[in-house]
Ligand binder design. Structure first.
Ligand SMILES: *[C@@H]1O[C@H](CO)[C@@H](O)[C@H](O)[C@H]1NC(C)=O
Ligand SMILES: [Zn+2]
Length: 312
């Protein structure tokens, strides 16, 4: 979550020499000291968390998110290097409706990745302790506040969808090509480029019906505890070469390559993580289930065929 920081960066790019915070402490306040300056970061409803699958509560009343317009074609989206990540501005025409009827609209999406010391994992949420290669956050605001700026301080102001991305050696994902090839145009902090012909839906996992959900926070200062999280159970897949391009593409304020931009997982305290699917320890049958689902969907059939060609 780079929400406020990016706004601040856009305002003060010219005069901002140091970042106010960082993960390692190389450049600004180190992660464990964020609460000194941003008290919410020391709160009891922080994100990200480790999702312990055995402890997740299955709730049959949670419906799939009702997602509208994510598949829109021909969008021109602005993408900026804000010194911590690359962020894509989303039009507020995309919306999702939660099971409780709340409608959230899109604001921006950004990425968390690894890459330091050839460590390829950089997701923020972990599942049973396992860290994925990349995590994408699609930041939404509660429609009843009309704008993101008004929603950002409200206790029920924000919702973030988290997409976990895994790496499979030769599974080049064409739906990420435009994004990855434009990274060279935002190499330096403060640069902006335009993405053409991206389809946001195609960058999401095949199965977007199943998710974990809990109440948490922004994962970067000011760590405001007003985020309803939706972490998709299924993941997206890119190739190793694609992941490496992301990890080596962009630089921070000091022209150091941005890597390992993820926060450590935070204690759950008395929160409960819910899911709209039951716990199943049997990964094999789960994957089989997804193959079946994907095959019934034209687009995804194409993806699976491609995967097969690459691995032979
Ligand atoms: C980073 O590198 C670019 C290109 O060489 C240069 O224009 C810019 O001034 C550098 N910034 C810093 C902080 O060194
Ligand atoms: Zn984030």
């Amino acid at each position: 979550m780079r929400v406020l920081v990016s706004v601040v960066s856009l305002f003060f790019l010219g005069i901002q020499a140091l970042s106010e915070w960082s993960y390692s402490g190389d450049d600004g306040l180190e992660e464990s000291r964020w609460p000194e300056k941003y008290p919410s970061c020391g709160g009891e409803r922080q994100s990200p968390i480790d999702v312990k699958r055995r402890e997740v509560h299955f709730s049959s009343s949670l419906l799939p998110l009702h997602m509208v317009n994510y598949e829109e074609e021909g969008l021109e989206l602005s993408m900026t290097n804000n010194g911590h990540t690359v962020q894509i501005t989303l039009p507020n025409t995309m919306s999702m409706r939660d099971s409780d009827g709340t409608v959230y609209r899109t604001k921006q999406m950004h990425f968390h990745w690894g890459g330091r010391d050839s460590e390829i994992s950089g997701s923020e949420h972990t599942i049973d302790g396992m860290r994925h290669a990349i995590e994408i956050h699609l930041v939404h605001f509660n429609e009843k506040y009309e704008t993101y700026e008004k929603a950002v301080d409200q206790p029920d102001g924000l919702a973030v969808m988290a997409v976990l991305v895994k790496v499979e050696d030769y599974t080049e994902n064409d739906y990420y090509s435009t994004f990855i090839s434009e990274l060279e145009n935002v190499k330096y902090t403060g640069q902006t480029t335009t993405l053409r012909n991206v389809n946001i839906r195609n960058m999401l996992p095949g199965d977007i019906r199943h998710y974990y959900t809990y109440q948490g926070s922004l994962t970067t200062p000011p760590c405001t505890e007003n985020v309803k999280w939706f972490v998709f159970q299924d993941s997206a897949t890119i190739s190793k070469a694609q992941a490496e391009r992301i990890e080596n593409a962009v630089m921070d304020h000091h022209n150091q390559t941005i890597r390992n931009g993820y926060r450590r997982t935070q204690p759950l305290h008395n929160r409960v993580v819910e899911a709209n699917f039951p716990y199943s320890p049997d990964e094999v049958s789960k994957n089989h289930f997804y193959m079946h689902e994907k095959i019934s969907h034209g687009l995804k059939l194409k993806k699976i065929k491609k995967k097969r060609n690459h691995s032979h």
